[in-house]
Ligand binder design. Structure first.
Ligand code: SAH
Length: 586
């Protein structure tokens, strides 16, 4: 089932931080977005906070991506910032302004996305009355056009017309099970001309009706040919609305079939599979589709009908939760968190985390990727168990779960993506091949460190891991020697550890045999994390005791150079010089 995007809590100054943290407690996955340089980075700053540079651009970006926004500042500021986007019709996320001292909660936009529900939740936490201004909501105590999960409005345009009729004094009947309206103060009358109807049957255009569809219809088909049209025809033949579709069921042999996946997308319904591959694969027609339904674990009181186009329909009297039907195609997304700070994690990685049912990874990184919701399962493990962790991820994903494997930096740089692919390549598990596998890149430590120092990787460079846990030391020596000879800038990952105390000195001996003592060196430690440090030095001055396992070592080429920074130009860094490798070569 679609997961709700956690809200972004925006603050402009330190005076709003306390209220922001109270709201964060109310929405466990929400992050506080702080304006760079305005809020003192003190004990209250959290590494999970997101730092932005310009409020207007940041608000518009959040709005455009559909992220709910709680802005702890004047309502006018928020309105001016998002105003340029309001002309474009599209999904409108909830947008609220909250007084920085928590004394007022003003829902601004996103009436149909539940902004008033959020306003009430926030107001309850802050113990103030919410500033609800929506007439229908004030009069009826609920937004009639925002039915709960599992229900869909037939027509928003008609819905608005219907509510304004009620506001103008019309009364209504309620037909069908609309339990969420039980406590609403609707002007009900048993013989009213107007009716709110809860039905899977399509709306016939009657303007006296507000039709809300329970997502209670499950369709099954055994082949993907022309699936969209056949499903639409099957629904139409029984007078059923497309919005009433709860799920599309196909045989497990159809996992990975892109035509089916596209059809499900086009119809806005999740795709589910049953294990009845042998039943379905061999026969065509409604009988085998019906057989699929019988293995899909549907509610027992469903009415099942066959259609001429080989599709079977099951109609329940309540919404059907697609998570209870058959199983979804499992998903495994291997993500990189970037070096540490939330603003250096790519949005695709954040989206994967928000949708994950299970999160796996080395305990430190899993913790960095949080916080998680109560419905998400976290599987932290020890760093060394990479192949076992990769296999565990596939086992979970092939059972239909949405699994995220976290690495730091980029998942393909000395990290989990290779282990995951090796597990898939060598395990010989056919079910694992059906998993939807994605690898989402991240900002690797070398890139993050280089950016802080300037552009030391501006010309040809190589990345080397100095760890001889998984490769013989002799190979490392040979590679360093060749890299030195090729005059490549070198980024050393895993430079030392307690178990590998001498390797860095040995590596530096090889480098020093050829490269001049004035060669530029950049050391980045815990970049993007609390207590980050960046040091620029030279090969001659570098001591291996300046380096630990949390350090990135960048050794310049013969052309890498440095120059003094003008401190007035650069308020973000205590760094005194810029280091770069020019694009040219002589
Ligand atoms: N996949 C990771 C690298 C994992 S290897 C990435 O792409 O960044 C682990 C090594 O990366 C550490 O020993 C250290 O050398 C470097 N490293 C990882 N995160 C770092 C950070 N935040 N600051 C500096 N170096 C880091």
């Amino acid at each position: 089932m679609a997961r709700v995007t956690p809200p972004a809590i925006l603050i402009l100054g330190g005076s709003a931080l306390a209220t922001a943290r109270r709201l964060q407690a109310c929405y466990p996955n929400a992050r506080v977005h702080r304006l760079r340089g305005r809020v003192a980075v003190d004990a209250q700053a959290d590494p999970g906070d997101i730092v932005y540079d310009e409020l207007g651009a940041h608000l518009r970006e959040l709005y455009a991506s559909g992220t709910p926004i709680i802005a702890l500042c004047a309502a006018g500021i928020v309105i001016r910032c998002v105003a340029p986007l309001l002309a474009n019709k599209g999904a409108e996320p909830p947008v609220l302004a909250v007084a920085e001292d928590g004394s007022a909660v003003v829902p601004l936009l996103g009436g149909l996305a539940g902004v008033n529900v959020m306003a009430r939740e926030i107001a309850a936490v802050l113990d103030v009355p919410p500033a609800i201004t929506t007439s229908g909501e004030l009069r009826f105590g609920t937004c009639v056009l925002n039915p709960p999960e599992g229900y869909a409005l037939a027509s928003l345009v008609q819905g608005k017309r219907f509510v304004s009729d009620l506001l103008a004094g019309e009364s209504t009947r309620v037909e069908g099970d609309a339990h969420w309206l039980d406590d609403a103060q609707l002007p009900r009358a048993p013989h009213a001309t107007r009716a709110i109807r809860i039905t899977p049957l399509a709306w016939n255009g009657n303007t006296d009706e507000l039709v809300i569809h329970p997502r209670s219809v499950v369709v099954a088909l055994t082949d993907s040919e022309d699936a969209v049209h056949r499903i639409r025809d099957a629904l139409a033949a029984h007078g059923l609305a497309e919005q009433a579709l709860a799920a599309i069921v196909a045989p497990a042999t159809g996992i990975g079939n892109t035509t089916l996946a596209q059809a499900a997308d086009a119809l806005g319904a999740p795709l589910r599979f049953t294990a009845a591959a042998s039943v379905a694969g061999e026969h065509a027609g409604a009988a085998s589709s019906r057989a699929l339904l019988s293995t899909a674990m549907l509610p027992s009181n469903c009415t099942v009908v066959d259609t001429a186009t080989g599709i079977a329909l099951a109609i329940a009297d309540q919404p059907v939760d697609p998570d209870t039907v058959g199983r979804a195609r499992g998903r495994l997304t291997v993500i990189g968190l970037g070096p540490g700070s939330a603003d250096l994690m790519v949005p695709a990685a954040r989206a994967a985390l928000a949708q994950a049912t299970d999160i796996l990874g080395y305990a430190t990184y899993v913790e960095m990727a949080g916080p998680f919701r109560a419905d998400q399962q976290v599987h932290p493990t020890d760093n060394r168990e990479e192949m076992q962790r990769a296999r565990h991820a596939f086992e979970l994903a092939s059972s239909g779960r949405r699994v995220v494997m976290v690495s730091s930096g980029d998942p393909g740089v000395f990290a989990m993506a290779s282990a995951v692919l090796e597990a898939l390549d060598t395990a010989g598990e056919p079910d694992w091949a059906d998993v939807e596998l994605d690898i989402v890149p991240g900002v690797s430590a070398a890139m993050a460190t280089a950016a802080q120092a300037g552009a030391p990787l501006g010309h040809d460079f190589c990345m080397l891991s100095l760890s001889d846990n998984l490769k013989p030391w002799s190979i490392i020596e040979t590679r360093i020697a060749h890299a030195v000879e090729a005059d490549l800038v070198m980024a050393f990952y895993n430079p030392v550890s307690r178990a590998r105390p001498w390797q860095l000195d040995k590596a530096l001996d090889i480098v020093r045999a050829t490269r001049a003592p004035h060669t530029r060196v950049v050391l980045g430690r815990d970049i993007g994390r609390p207590g980050a440090s960046l040091v620029t030095t030279t090969l001659g001055e570098l001591k291996s005791t300046d380096v630990d396992m949390r350090t990135m070592v960048i050794i310049g080429s013969s052309t890498t150079r440095g120059f003094a920074r003008r401190s007035t130009q650069d308020t973000h860094s205590a760094q005194r010089e810029w280091v770069y490798t020019p694009r040219w070569y002589r």
